[in-house]
Design a protein around this ligand. Structure first.
Ligand code: PAN
Ligand code: ZN
Length: 192
């Protein structure tokens, strides 16, 4: 746990020079999230492949601290739906997050508990602000490149994955006519 000032290097398109926590999520951790369940099951039966990795620097998980790190989302699709992160609300709903696009192209899918929805493009050099109350999921729309982002959020935010696991996001990103396209999620469930 870091409580003293520190620096590390983060080259564009590369890995951070140091980290405390390396999270790896594979296909099996995305059960029920991709709309084409048959394509998901078939892909999983072949290989539980690695979808994304997060390198975190660990600071105390309290108000005032800023948790930050790097997310590397590999390219690929399940059926026509691009590889994506699980996505979450922050447990402390009134906490936001800043993302900075460093490599590759993608989208951030966001929504509020009240049903507002927004999908914005992530490209290298672009800052994307996720306000408090907005659930967020990144999607890699590139054919061959990793989507690499740097993120910062309040130390006390915490993660609520359960709501998205149950309901999904209202919007999903699929390839249509060779292009990334945002559509309504056919599997979205309006459960209370
Ligand atoms: C990011 C995300 C990271 C992985 O650090 O945690 O991109 O996505 P999931 O946590 O949804 O698997 C963040 O938004 N933290 O709050
Ligand atoms: Zn977050």
């Amino acid at each position: 746990m870091r409580t003293q000032p520190f620096t590390f290097e983060l080259p564009f398109g590369g890995m951070p020079s140091e980290w405390d926590n390396h999270i790896q999520r594979s296909l099996s951790s995305m059960n029920g999230q991709y709309y084409d369940q048959a394509a998901y099951a078939e892909m999983l039966s072949e290989n539980d492949q690695l979808l994304y990795e997060v390198y975190e620097v660990l600071v105390p998980a309290v108000e005032g601290e800023l948790l930050h790190g790097v997310s590397i989302l590999h390219p690929g699709k399940v059926g026509s739906e691009y590889f994506m992160t699980k996505g979450h609300f922050h447990s402390v709903l009134e906490t936001g997050e800043v993302y900075y696009g460093m490599h590759g192209t993608g989208m951030m899918v966001m929504e509020t508990p009240e049903g507002e929805s927004s999908v914005m493009e992530l490209v290298p050099g672009r800052v994307l602000y996720v306000p408090p109350r907005w659930a967020h999921r990144s999607v890699n729309t590139g054919a061959t490149e990793d989507l690499i982002t740097f993120f910062v959020y309040p130390g006390n935010a915490g993660h609520d994955y359960g709501t998205i696991e149950q309901k999904g996001f209202r919007k999903i990103v699929v390839e249509q006519d060779g292009k990334p396209t945002v559509i309504d999620n056919p599997r979205w469930q309006n459960t209370p």
